[in-house]
Design a protein around this ligand. Structure first.
Ligand SMILES: C[S@@+](CC[C@H](N)C(=O)[O-])C[C@H]1O[C@@H](n2cnc3c(N)ncnc32)[C@H](O)[C@@H]1O
Length: 371
C-alpha cells in the first residue's frame, strides 16, 4: 500500500510540475486550498489556468477540474499534464521527426538563431514546428511540451546555447552576451538530448487519472462556458494576470516562435496576450470572466483568488468580486511571505510587494427563529 502511494507521488512529481511558467501557484498552496474547501468527487474551476497547477492538484486529490488558458505555451503544459501520451508513442514520434529533419533546409533566419541553436537542433526544431499537430493530437502535444520545457536554458542541459530557462532574452542582448563570454554555439544531438528528457519524465511511467478534467485553449471572457460539462463547481481557485507586471508574450518569444509565431520578440501576441497595461481593459477582463463563471458555480461555492498586493490590481479585483458576488462574504488571507512569492518563483526581477489571497464564502444562512 505504502509503495503504491510512493510510486504515485513520484509519478506526479515528474508530470505535475511540468513547464516553466510565470507566476505559477506553488503546488502545496493549490493542494492545501483544494483540500480545505472541497470534498472528493466535487469539481474545481480555474479560469486563468496557466500551466494547470489547479487542475493537477485537483486530480491528485480526486476532484474533477476545468480551466481556461489563452497562451498556447501554458495550455500545452496544462493539457499534457491532464492527458499525456505513452512513452513509446512519444519516442516513436521523436524519431520520425528526427528522420524528416535530416532532409530539412534551414530557411533564412535572424542571426540570433545561429548563435542560439546548432544546425542539427535548428533543423529538428523547424521540422517539429511544421509537423507537430499539438493542438489536436496528444502524442504531438506531449512531444511539443517536452521540447518547449528545454527549448532554452542552461547550455549543458537544454537545446540552446546558454540562456535563462524561464525567460527568453532579447536577440541583441543575447548575441552581445555570447560574444563577450566567447560562447559560440556547441554541437548537440537533439534526438539524444530529448530521448534522455523523455526517459526521465517517464521514469515511473505516467499517472492514470481517475477523475475528469477539461483544459480549454481559449479566452476566459468568452470560452469559460465550455467548462459547463463538469459544472457545478464547488471551488473557483485562480490567479488572474497581474496589472502591468508580466508580458506573457514578449518574455516567451522563443517558445512562441516554436509554435509558429514571429522569429523576433513582439510586444503583443493578440488580445489579453501582452502586459495588461490598460486599466479599463483589465477591469473588463476580470468582470467578464467572473460574471461568466456565476452560472457554473454551485450556490454554496467558495472562491480563492490569489493576486498582486499592488493597489490597482488588488482594488480592482476586490471591487469586481464584490459586484459580481454580492451574496458572498469577502475576506483577505494575509499570509506572511513564507519562502518565495509565486512571481519570485518564476525568477522575476520585478520588485513585488507580494501576493494576497482573497476568500469568498457564501454568507451564513439565517436560521428562522422558532416561536
Ligand atoms: C498568474 S497566471 C496563472 C498561473 C497559474 N495559477 C499556474 O499555476 O500556472 C495568469 C494566466 O492567465 C492567462 N490569461 C490571461 N488572460 C486570459 C484570458 N482572457 N483567458 C484565459 N487565460 C488568460 C495568462 O496567459 C496566464 O497564464
Amino acid at each position: 500500500m505504502r509503495s503504491d502511494q510512493e510510486l504515485l507521488e513520484k509519478q506526479y512529481f515528474r508530470w505535475m510540475k511540468l513547464g516553466p511558467w510565470y507566476a505559477m501557484f506553488p503546488m502545496q498552496f493549490a493542494l492545501e486550498t483544494i483540500e480545505t474547501h472541497t470534498k472528493r468527487g466535487q469539481a474545481v474551476l480555474d479560469p486563468f489556468m496557466g500551466r494547470g497547477t489547479t487542475l493537477a492538484a485537483a486530480t491528485m486529490l480526486g476532484r474533477n477540474s476545468a480551466g481556461v488558458e489563452i497562451n498556447p505555451i501554458a495550455w500545452i503544459y496544462a493539457k499534457t499534464k491532464m492527458n499525456m501520451a505513452s512513452k513509446q508513442d512519444v519516442l516513436a514520434r521523436l524519431h520520425e521527426v528526427g528522420k524528416k529533419a535530416t532532409r530539412t533546409q534551414i530557411p533564412e533566419l535572424p542571426e540570433f538563431f545561429e548563435w542560439c541553436f546548432c544546425p542539427s537542433v535548428l533543423k529538428f526544431l523547424i521540422t517539429a514546428q511544421k509537423v507537430l499537430d499539438w493542438e489536436n493530437n496528444a502524442v504531438d502535444r506531449t512531444l511539443m511540451a517536452i521540447i518547449l520545457v528545454d527549448l532554452h536554458g542552461k547550455e549543458s542541459t537544454s537545446l540552446s546555447n546558454q540562456m535563462r530557462q524561464t525567460k527568453a532574452m532579447s536577440p541583441t542582448y543575447s548575441i552581445n552576451w555570447w560574444r563577450k563570454n566567447d560562447m559560440p554555439v556547441k554541437h548537440k544531438d537533439p534526438i539524444a538530448l530529448l530521448s534522455a528528457k523523455i526517459e526521465w519524465r517517464y521514469a515511473y511511467e505516467h499517472p492514470t487519472h481517475k477523475t475528469s478534467s477539461l483544459a480549454i485553449f481559449g479566452d476566459s471572457t468568452i470560452d469559460i462556458v465550455q467548462t459547463q460539462p463538469l459544472a457545478p463547481y464547488h471551488l473557483l481557485l485562480t490567479s488572474p494576470p497581474y496589472y502591468k507586471v508580466i508580458n506573457y508574450n514578449y518574455d516567451q518569444w522563443i517558445r512562441r516562435w516554436m509554435l509558429g509565431g514571429p522569429n523576433h520578440p513582439v510586444f503583443s501576441g493578440g488580445k489579453h496576450q501582452s502586459v495588461f497595461g490598460n486599466q479599463g481593459e483589465y477591469q473588463k477582463l476580470l468582470e467578464d470572466t467572473f460574471l461568466g463563471s456565476v452560472p457554473l458555480l454551485h450556490d454554496r461555492a467558495k472562491l480563492v483568488i490569489r493576486t498582486d498586493a499592488r493597489a490597482f490590481t488588488l482594488e480592482t479585483t476586490i471591487d469586481t468580486l464584490e459586484k459580481v458576488f454580492p451574496n458572498k462574504s469577502i475576506s483577505r488571507i494575509d499570509r506572511p511571505v513564507l519562502g518565495k512569492t509565486q512571481t519570485e518563483l518564476f525568477n522575476n526581477q520585478v520588485d513585488t510587494p507580494g501576493e494576497i489571497d482573497i476568500l469568498l464564502k457564501p454568507r451564513q444562512r439565517r436560521t428562522p427563529r422558532v416561536g
